[in-house]
Design a protein around this ligand. Structure first.
Ligand code: ZN
Length: 657
């Protein structure tokens, strides 16, 4: 493992806490040491309080901060003497411990100190570093892990048997460290958990961490277990969308709310999921207790799939606050599902969460295979796993958190999403928590939103095969489809019927009508599997009720689309799918309406631009965001009992009324 210390960089960090920030970030840069919030660090600093008294303060990583990006404000200052005294108590439950940590901080606005704060306090060195290094975790998760650790480190480390993180672990470390530590001790190996290093300077403690982890890596390499083997998988599946959507529906049912299900079918994930010994190696609990993967078997798709539930701190805010009895929910919701065909599926209420689970499990696969390479992976017994969950739940109860956004765990597909109303709909649904797939013929769609929950696909909706491929991609990326927003359409230049040739007519119909038939037909099998029932919203037009001269093809195609929607409402009601239409008029904040065009149209009517924009009964301007907000509302609970409706959003039009 490379030592990233750099004298020039380090020179910019001048005081003790700043240096603590610097080497914490160095650890954070190495994903095999700390992944998504794993690991923590501290420094002990003597300071003067407001009464002029000197006291020793432990600055320990606060919850919610990641080592890679931590700042001085991410360290919680806690009175050291109190923490050390606590370590002498025979017992302290989790709630009491968190209470002691929080009430002995010297800064009210600091984050809650790490669960391992007392452990940091009892180590008699200024700087303490703690990681969940893959290499160390791999070695300790084997049958003869203890002997191997003794062989690698000899007297350089104190070895701690597995105890769940929290007070008992701190007390155990206190006892064993007091008994076994010598002048030569530079670190501590926690079985099935990770490694501590310490020293009088930030650099010493960091250097020792790198040295300890390097020794574990070298050991694995010498035993030909460092590079995990992923034999080439088979990949024959071409259409998986219904299987995926079924699985997601079942998982969401177990959870009690909709979840995204992201499939990962790269070589590594497929290879792991296709192993003959999958059940044996993956049903043994977590690689480290901080990222708990609970294992259970649930019958899905008529097959018996090994399913893994993984809890990650980030989830607790959401889950614990939503469920009346969070523990039941947590027990029921899987986080990782491995399947020979689908590969690795990760679940979460947002793409961000599901991606975190994926990162963690990818690393877990390496850990498991390295341990297998050393003669056999052996993780924690189930009892300990429960303990960790319980601890985290207690933590969650102490936290405050809001409700999840309205469309958390749901997926929307928006056509014509690169601009105008389509773009506004995509943005609105994203902001309300949905994962969104945007289709557009304009390749700019691909980079439209920089958001893990957005996937932009360049797609000509008049090509049936392209539409089918896009919907397959949607299902593989996010797990299915809950909401379909049919927006793509064209409004050709005005032309009287006398001059309207068939080719223009056909073009308008192919985009405004025929493409929607293809999309609806292709999406129906997914919409009927939506955990909270499928919803379709069609962007119609004022022209359906009040056509204008020169717009025959446009008006006729939109009127036909309205009939298509009405028939779909009749046919799909039995599947719980709702189809409603909005009919906007005079939405001018879209790409086609340049200032130039607006001015000339206004002049044509003898109006100012402002008068032209608000030429309706309510004298109000209608924006694409107004339309998007109505579309989102129609996908939400307000319209849960409405289907086949036609709703104008036009500021009031005499001809429509
Ligand atoms: Zn830890």
């Amino acid at each position: 493992m490379q030592n990233l210390w750099n004298d020039q960089e380090a020179a910019q960090f001048t005081d003790d806490l700043a240096l603590r920030v610097y080497t914490s970030r160095l650890l954070g840069r190495e994903k095999t040491l700390v992944l998504h919030g794993g690991g923590n660090t501290s420094v002990k600093i003597r300071s003067t309080n407001i009464l002029g008294e000197e006291e020793d303060i432990l600055h320990v990583k606060g919850s919610g901060w990641d080592l890679e990006t931590i700042e001085a404000a991410g360290f919680s200052p806690v009175r050291l003497a109190h923490l050390v005294a606590l370590a002498g108590l025979p017992e302290l439950n989790d709630i009491q411990m968190v209470n002691e940590l929080r009430t002995h901080m010297t800064l009210a606005s600091a984050p809650t100190p790490s669960v391992e704060a007392i452990l940091h306090a009892i180590i008699p060195y200024k700087y303490v570093d703690h990681t969940h290094a893959d290499a160390v975790v791999s070695i300790t998760n084997t049958r003869d892990g203890l002997q191997r650790i003794q062989e690698i480190y000899g007297e350089d480390v104190v070895i701690i048997p597995y105890v769940m993180p929290g007070f008992d672990l701190a007390r155990t470390c206190h006892e064993i460290y007091g008994r076994d530590a010598t002048g030569k001790t530079i670190g501590m190996i926690l079985m099935n958990h990770g490694v501590f290093s310490f020293g009088d300077t930030a650099r010493t403690s960091y250097d020792r961490m790198i040295e300890l982890v390097s020794r574990a890596e070298d050991y694995l390499a010498a035993h030909k277990a460092w590079q995990p083997a992923y034999p080439a998988p088979r990949d024959e599946a071409d259409r998986l969308r219904e299987d995926i959507a079924n699985l997601r529906r079942d998982a969401s049912r177990e959870a009690g709310f909709p979840l995204l299900l992201m499939t990962h079918r790269d070589e590594k994930c497929l290879s792991f999921a296709q192993r003959d010994d999958l059940e044996k190696i993956s049903q043994q609990g977590p690689a480290t207790p901080d990222h708990v993967i609970r294992t259970k078997r649930i019958p899905l798709l008529g097959r018996d799939i090994a399913a893994y539930s993984q809890e990650y701190q980030a989830y607790f805010d959401t889950y614990a606050h939503q469920a009346r009895d969070p523990k039941t929910i947590l027990d029921r919701a899987p986080r990782v599902i491995l399947d020979a065909e689908l590969g690795m599926c990760t679940l979460g209420r947002s793409a961000r969460d599901a991606n975190i689970v994926a990162d963690i499990y990818r690393q877990t696969m390496d850990t498991i295979l390295r341990a297998e390479g050393l003669g056999g992976y052996q993780a924690l017994p189930a009892r300990d796993i429960f303990d960790v969950e319980y601890w985290d739940l207690e933590q969650a109860k102490l936290k405050k958190g809001g409700n999840p956004p309205p469309f958390a765990g749901e997926i929307a597909l928006v056509t014509g999403a690169a601009s105008g109303i389509g773009k506004a709909c995509a943005g609105q649904l994203l902001s309300q928590g949905a994962a969104v797939v945007g289709l557009d013929i304009d390749p700019a769609i691909e980079g439209l939103f920089d958001h893990p929950g957005f996937l932009g696909l360049a797609c000509d909706v008049t090509e049936t095969a392209a539409v089918s491929a896009a919907i397959e991609t949607c299902a593989r990326t996010f797990g299915g489809l809950d909401m379909l927003i049919l927006n793509a359409g064209i409004f050709p230049a005005s032309r009287p019927i006398d001059a309207l040739d068939k080719s223009l007519w056909n073009k308008v119909f192919s985009i405004n009508l025929d493409a929607n038939l293809d999309i609806m037909r292709e999406c129906h099998p997914l919409l009927r599997l939506a955990p909270r029932n499928g919803r379709v919203v069609i962007i119609g037009s004022k022209n359906v009720a009040a056509p204008g001269p020169g717009a025959a093809a446009y008006s006729a195609s939109k009127a036909a689309l309205k009939q298509l929607a009405r028939v779909a409402a009749l046919e799909w009601g039995g599947d719980g799918i709702r189809i409603n239409s909005v009919h906007p008029d005079a939405v001018f904040d879209t790409g086609i309406w340049s200032d130039e065009i607006l001015r000339s149209r206004a002049e044509h009517y003898g109006l100012s631009v402002e008068e032209y924009k608000t030429k309706n009964l309510l004298k109000t301007a209608i924006t694409s965001h107004d339309v998007a907000a109505l579309v989102a509302a129609m996908c939400g609970p307000l319209f849960a009992k409405t289907t086949g409706a036609q709703i104008p959003i036009d500021g009031g039009n005499e001809r429509v009324i």
